[in-house]
Design a protein around this ligand. Sequence first.
Ligand SMILES: C[S@@+](CC[C@H](N)C(=O)[O-])C[C@H]1O[C@@H](n2cnc3c(N)ncnc32)[C@H](O)[C@@H]1O
Length: 413
Amino acid sequence: MTSNPYPLGLRLHGRRVVVVGGGAVATRRVPALLDAGADVLLVAPELTPALRARADAGRLHWVPRRFVPEDLDGAWLVQVAVDDPIAAASVSAVAAERRIFCVRADDRTAATAWTPAVTRHGPVTVAVLGGGDPRRAMTVRDAIRDLLAVRLAPDGIAGRPDASTGTTGGRQAGRVALVGAGPGDPELITVKGWRLLTEADVVVADRLVPGLLLDELRPDVELVDASKIPYGPSRAQEEINQILVDRALAGAFVVRLKGGDPYVFGRGGEELLACAAAGVPVTVVPGVTSSIAAPAAAGIPVTHRGVAHEFTVVSGHLAPDAPASLVRWDALAGLHGTLVILMGLKNLAAITGTLIAHGRSPQTPAAVVQEATTGTQRVLRSTLGEVAADLRAADLRPPAVVVVGDVVGALDG
Ligand SMILES: C[S@@+](CC[C@H](N)C(=O)[O-])C[C@H]1O[C@@H](n2cnc3c(N)ncnc32)[C@H](O)[C@@H]1O
């Protein structure tokens, strides 16, 4: 007899869930159980390395042997993740005797509970059951996931339901999120950053933020172009802080969208402190920083086995002899690893000269990556001794990252 399943959201926090089996299926099932806070008891003679790592980290209890009925003492749920139908049936029989729901990987028809295909969007969980057909469930789940992504975007289907917005939905109102937008390719924002962006009432964006992300904002979102705020750099920062605080205190959900990562030469810390001083709650969403992504986009790994065991990210916005400089360029010259210089084009001749003067070889490979990860990316490969002159000749411009070190040629065939 087939009747419809009855959907439930199990609140497993602190509750015992027994997983029988330590192979691929268990490896896939266990993370969601741990995420739900379940007290997971894993019964299996052997574990995959991923499960073993969780056991070693104390995230679950592992009993390294075959299942015995007492394993179900105190359990609320059982997941049978073994291929052997006889072993699975015996676990299932004990579970049924004790009125414990039992999910079976080997035979869905014999199971008393099914795990749905799931997509999660912040606090919303959508779970799909496909009438016993996991492929159908996944297909429908994928469609819903895509639909939600579109719906959260501007001009999504049927306009914009109020519940997803900050002020009207109320959930995020009066808050600020400092969101890293990534280095340039709009697809390099994080999933969380993108979601918060689609929920924003106000977006305060930097110059280096990928334009396409802004292009996709809902028409009613107030967009503040932080790069157009007049006054000097420190005054402008105060203005930005004030805008964040004022809009949030007025009840808006404000996303401060910053290029790369908010805390890598992004002044995110100052904005966080300003909001905290005004009692405005702040969420920080890290971003893909250009200091790693720009080299990567040019085929340069910042570390490479046998080549570089360290990388240092440094700002070159001040010349090495500038009194306000906080960088020990002489010490950096003594390192063997990778040096990634941001905001360094203007002072590059002075910087490379200082590094060479303090002992770094002029033959050290160097590269400049301009507008990395965008359609206009340019890459110049050179050496520490030549890069400043080559840069001028090639007319490379900011934003660009300079990479110094043997990693520059590490992946060259
Ligand atoms: C004020 S810093 C901000 C860095 C940013 N928070 C990050 O994590 O990437 C700006 C500098 O980042 C570097 N930069 C940012 N985006 C870049 C890109 N797409 N390509 C090359 N360099 C980039 C440049 O050195 C630029 O001058």
